[in-house]
Design a protein around this ligand. Sequence first.
Ligand code: ZN
Length: 314
Amino acid sequence: MRPALRAGLLPLWRDRDTVQIGVDPRRAVALTGMSDACDVIALLDGSRDRDQILAAAGARGIREAVTERILVLLAAAGALIDFPSSALRALPGELREQMIPELASASVSCQDGDGGAQALARRAGTAVQVCGTGRIAATLADLLTSSGMAARYGPLEVIAPDGGRRPAGDAAPDLAVLVGRQQPDLVARVQRAKVPHLSVSASEAIGVVGPLVRPGVTACLRCLDLARAERDPAWPLLLAQVAGRDANPPACGAALATAVAAQAAVQILAFADLGPNDQATANGTLELVLPGWQWRRRSWPPNPACICGASPPA
Ligand SMILES: [Zn+2]
């Protein structure tokens, strides 16, 4: 173990005896009885193991028991991590620089103990396929790639319904992202193959991220159309006229497209980092209606009339 101060948080002094790790009160922790900690904290950059820290602190006149106590207090406060040196070493040089803020962000947001190493491994091991064209799909693929996820940008491959495991050689996605107007045959294929899929779109100056469909578990795209038809009996007729058509030009400017791609990327990273449970887009959509500024969540429970097999949450 190479103890390090959690990356992304600054050590600050509230008084001679009290150190605060982090600035924002939603992240920061304050520890008292730390008058000797300044020199020890300076050693917590991940370059030394525990014994080397004790020795280096000793060389600065700090007793071993005092250094031990400082490390215990920092660890108990969640401010100490095991520096992810092997995860970083495994990355090629230029990617390493790019991943350092990704690791810090994952580590601070998930409060892990390994500096984001496991989150990075989960991202790299999650095959996401972005299916669609245009600015949202391109921006989303870039964001996912920059976040350590091997996004594949192109037409979706048909997935063998084998429980979602990747066949040797080629990779079937763990998550398909369907960007833009949904193609009924593609939706039917991913639903039949039980591939989790996230719908992402923006038109009429409204951005929508979700639902995240886990076939047979959470509401599918047809569940949403059935719910819309319950509110508006003409919906099936309107839907039939929409098929294969898009407004030209689409009412989606660069800022909306980028906001939608970023929101989708955050949701996809949460899917990789935390797993499919309790996702905001499961049985729901996140929607941004311009000129408003606030993303709102709409709830879409599985529809009892749908044959997808998802049952409403208890
Ligand atoms: Zn359904």
